[in-house]
Design a protein around this ligand. Structure first.
Ligand code: DC
Length: 220
C-alpha cells in the first residue's frame, strides 16, 4: 500500500517548496493540488467564465498531471500550463473557484487516484480533512501572515507588486480559504501543527523528514 502524507496550510506557508524538496530527497511524488484549482481558474479567466458558466463548462475541461523526473506538470486540455498558472490574477481567481462545490467534486477523484497509486506528499488545504482522511501522516504547516507575505514578496522579483499588496492578497486569500462553506482550510484533528515562523527552510525540511521516517517505521 502506498504511503500518503498530507500537508495543508495557508497560502505562502512554504508548503510547496518544502514538500517538493523533501519528496525529492526521499523518493516520493510531490503533488501540488493548488495547481489543479489554478488550472480551472486559468480556464475561467481565458474563457471569460463567471461561476455559473464555469460550472456548466466543467465537462469541457481535461486536467492531467504528468510527472517528468518526479516534477509535476499540469496539462490543461492538452497544453502544459505549469508556468501560466503562477500569476497573482490566477491566484485570486483560484481562491474563488475553489469555493465552488462542483469544482471541488470535479478534482476530488483525480487527487484520490494519484494518492492510491503512489507514495506521495500532497499539499493543499483540505487534504488531511477531506481528500485523504486516512493519510499516514498529516501536517498543518503555517506561519504568520507577515512572514508569509515577506517570503512571497522575495520570490516576486519583477517589481510588479508591493509588499503591502502581497500581504493584503494573503490576508484576503486566508479569509476566503478559511470561511468558505465547503472544505474550508482548517487543521485536521489528527494533524501535527508546524508553525514555521522564524524557522529556516532547512530546519522545516529536517523536521518534516524525521516525522516521515517515524511514520514509515511505524508502518513497518
Ligand atoms: O496552494 P495554492 O496557492 O497554489 O492554491 C491556490 C488556491 O486553490 C488557494 O486559494 C486555495 C485553493 N486550494 C484549495 O481550495 N484546496 C486545495 N487542496 C488546494 C488549493
Amino acid at each position: 500500500m502506498s504511503i500518503n502524507i498530507a500537508v495543508d496550510g495557508p497560502a505562502g506557508a512554504g508548503k510547496s517548496s518544502i514538500a517538493r524538496a523533501v519528496a525529492e530527497e526521499i523518493g516520493y511524488i510531490y503533488v501540488d493540488t493548488g495547481a489543479l484549482y489554478r488550472s480551472i481558474a486559468l480556464y475561467s479567466i481565458e474563457n471569460k467564465l463567471e461561476d455559473e458558466s464555469l460550472i456548466n463548462s466543467l465537462d469541457k475541461i481535461n486536467i492531467r498531471l504528468e510527472f517528468i523526473d518526479k516534477c509535476q506538470h499540469v496539462v490543461l486540455n492538452g497544453s502544459d500550463v505549469s508556468d501560466k498558472i503562477r500569476t497573482p490574477d490566477v491566484s485570486m481567481r483560484a481562491s474563488r473557484v475553489s469555493a465552488i462545490p462542483k469544482v471541488r467534486e470535479f478534482l476530488f477523484g483525480l487527487q484520490k487516484k494519484i494518492a492510491a497509486e503512489n507514495n506521495i506528499i500532497m499539499d493543499g488545504r483540505d487534504i488531511g480533512t477531506v481528500v485523504l482522511p486516512n493519510a499516514d501522516l498529516k501536517i498543518f504547516l503555517t506561519a504568520s501572515a507577515e512572514e508569509r507575505a515577506s517570503r512571497r514578496f522575495k520570490e516576486m522579483t519583477d517589481g510588479s507588486i508591493t509588499y503591502e499588496q502581497v500581504l493584503e492578497d494573503i490576508k484576503q486569500r486566508d479569509y476566503n480559504d478559511m470561511n468558505r462553506a465547503i472544505a474550508p482550510l482548517k487543521q485536521a484533528e489528527d494533524a501535527v501543527l508546524l508553525d514555521t515562523t522564524g524557522m529556516t527552510i532547512n530546519e522545516v525540511k529536517q523536521k518534516l523528514k524525521s516525522m516521515i521516517y517515524e511514520t514509515e517505521k511505524s508502518r513497518g
